[in-house]
Design a binder for this molecule. Sequence first.
Ligand code: ADP
Ligand code: ZN
Ligand code: ZN
Length: 732
Amino acid sequence: MSVLRLAIPSPLRRQFDYLPPAGMSEAEARSLQPGVRLRVPFGRREVTGYLLAVCDQSDVPDSSLKAALALLDTTPLVDPQLLQLAQWAARYYHHPVGEVYSTLFPKRLREGKPQLPGGTPGWQLTTRGKGLPAEALPRAQRQAQALGLLREHGQVTGAELKAQGISASVLRNLQDKRLIEPLAISDHLHTATSNPGLPLNDEQATALQSLLAAGDGFSCHLLEGVTGSGKTEIYLQLIADCLQRGHQALVLVPEIGLTPQTLARFQQRFEAKISVLHSGLSDAQRYLAWEAARSGAAQIVIGTRSAVFTPLARPGLLIVDEEHDGSYKQQDGFRYSARDVAVKRAQLHDCPILLGSATPSLESIQNVEAGRYQHQQLTQRAGSGGMPSIQTLDVRKQSLQAGLSDALVRAMEETLAAGQQVLLFLNRRGYAPTLQCHDCGWIAECRACDARLTVHRRQRRLRCHHCGATSALPRQCPQCHSERLLASGLGTEQTEDFLRARFQQWPIHRVDSDSMQSKGAMQALADEINRGQPCILLGTQMLTKGHHFPAVSLVAVIDADALLFSADFRGEERMAQLLTQVAGRAGRADIAGSVLLQTHYPDHPALLAMLGSSYGEQARGMLRQRQESGLPPAGQLVLMRTDCPNAEYGEQFLQTLRERSTPHLPAGARLIGPLPSPMQRRAGKYRCQLLLTAPDRRSAQAAAGVLVANAETLSTRQGLNWSIDIDPQDVF
Ligand code: ADP
Ligand code: ZN
Ligand code: ZN
């Protein structure tokens, strides 16, 4: 008798066997295809499971096998390669396969609801609406207009009606009168066309030719091109070729909401349906975008991290822009790297993949050196702008106002007076990172974390940037009741206040996650900045991601020292990437740019390296060091973490795990710890970690398997959670 082996979303790392639903014939059960959804009883609940295989027998005794309740799909909704990818990812990241499967599906399908007809949401007249005389509703002008449009065109998309000035409430009124009804207008699979691209320079042309010459089977390419060298132009022309061959292109980007300009460039270049997938979508919007990709109606799919799991009807090309970006690694739950998953996916689809960056990760550079990736380089800016000159600004003994030295203020004045824009980088939002009592020394700390609270003066609140806790800004010290509370240290709000007083005649734009909360704020700002009028931009890391600000000619890093001393082994790599990316915002059009780094350590080797060599040279130097020390990408890391309201349980758990696992580890694998995490307490939980180092991927995988298998057999004390992180981003 057939047994259905399912993936069920649950923290248990195993598969679950069920009997076919009542009434299903043996032949029917045999013919079920992997990937179809079934509704099954699970504990006291009913859940959606995904078929992995139909088997002859189960390890579970027949008497305790339950029957599935219903088959939800006749054919699988996603392609077999994507199912294979999910299984690979579950194995590689040692994550429960059911949870990985459920990331493939939008909410509606995870909930077991039927698939909706694909298409764009729109409206049509009901029979009653069709019978209405044209001159009806004389006093409801908008309603009459809507009826007229629908009478004329039959079916009209919601977006089009909105563009004609017809609001949702007008449509609701008509629907209440049962004159119109919603429908999904099918997306015709029309062929995409591309508008002509820019004539390429020699370097671009060489890169594009090599990419095209690699053919349409699997090959992985690193496009290493300095900021503004025309990488995006190459993506566009490569996509044009992919569309022409009738395939779909999937493009991953670190951020969409913040880079409306990139999206606009894609929309201008192609007459094609582009599906955009990011975390800001409603469930219904996400479903439509997913369905358009799945059905093939969308020729181009652009999305952030999780879009790597979007089903595609005709995959032909994968692109990962800014492949070094940390946001590609999910930091909780299913801790995958979208870049690495994308490379695996391209292999399964047998199609090319392009990783692009001005500051490639050491992982990708090593893969180039090992001959696994092909390498394309762009060493010059594509437009007229040259590379900016970088200088340190020694601020020792200088007076600083809101972090700015006199020399920097003068440079800003000159830039603005010349009609150009200034960009200031300060990676700390809020007003000040510390609130301290001047009389007794009390410092405002988070109750749930080992961290200080940040002063946010605009909102008159203290906020914890680690757990999100907030409280009113106190007027008095809770310890000695003094009112002399000092906000010390520097944040963007404080520098903004100073700039407003000092540069009154110029517009000042603060760009951080506080000021950019509203939808469209970044788009509005980008439009404003691209008008090219002199202004000052002050922002956090958010400003460095892929923006084009052609009129910015001076970039200054207010506190380069904050980047210099990181305990993490990737600290230096991250600093070089960040500084290179920040610097890359300067002088992108016809104005030469300059970059100033304010520091108390002008002789620090990392800063000297920034001035004396390119990112590419620095990165290759760092790679040599990693090879000597056996750290990634030369060696492999796996991190077991625990969190628990009790301070001791985690360490005890990891200690036992270590003792049980050590005898079974493959040669070369080593365990370090358990040790408390760098920020031991966060959001009320104590965190502890056990680090595994291994010389290569194979032994790291084997060792991770040993750890997980043992961890699953250990009983966990109350409130203790453990997780495993393969290729972790942050270790110390
Ligand atoms: P990147 O993605 O490497 O930062 P972009 O593709 O965005 O670079 O190009 C940077 C700027 O140079 C853009 O304004 C773009 O329009 C322009 N550009 C790119 N390629 C060319 C070219 N071949 N000729 C002229 N301008 C170009
Ligand atoms: Zn006090
Ligand atoms: Zn906190």
